[in-house]
Write a protein that binds this ligand. Structure first.
Ligand code: ZN
Length: 101
């Protein structure tokens, strides 16, 4: 199975051929591992990848969520978040899910 995750904004990735704009990542499921590769702004898969053992995926997710919580103030509200509406009391977007505990 192949999945593509598009980022909300461009970043960069650096591989053997230099640094390129990164629009997201491609995830390839090899059942015992998942291969993550960058996708350029032109939609091409970059020449660099990393294999994550499938049993380590939960720990990877937890580590990424820890980083997101540590940088909570940098996470923008989503386009449909009620917090963006004047007078709304609660945030109902991804920011709320990642609220530091
Ligand atoms: Zn929000």
């Amino acid at each position: 199975m192949l999945k593509e995750l598009k980022f909300s904004r461009l970043t960069t990735f650096t591989g053997r051929n230099g640094t390129f704009k990164c629009a997201g990542v491609e995830l390839i499921d090899y059942t015992d591992r998942v291969q993550i590769s960058p996708v350029t702004s032109k939609g091409n898969v970059g020449r660099c990848d990393i294999d994550i053992p499938v049993e380590d995926i939960p720990a990877l997710i937890e580590a990424l969520q820890d980083i997101a919580r540590e940088n909570y103030d940098q996470i923008p509200h989503g386009p449909t978040c009620a917090k963006r509406v004047h007078g709304a009391a609660e945030c109902d977007c991804i920011k709320a899910e990642l609220m530091p505990t």
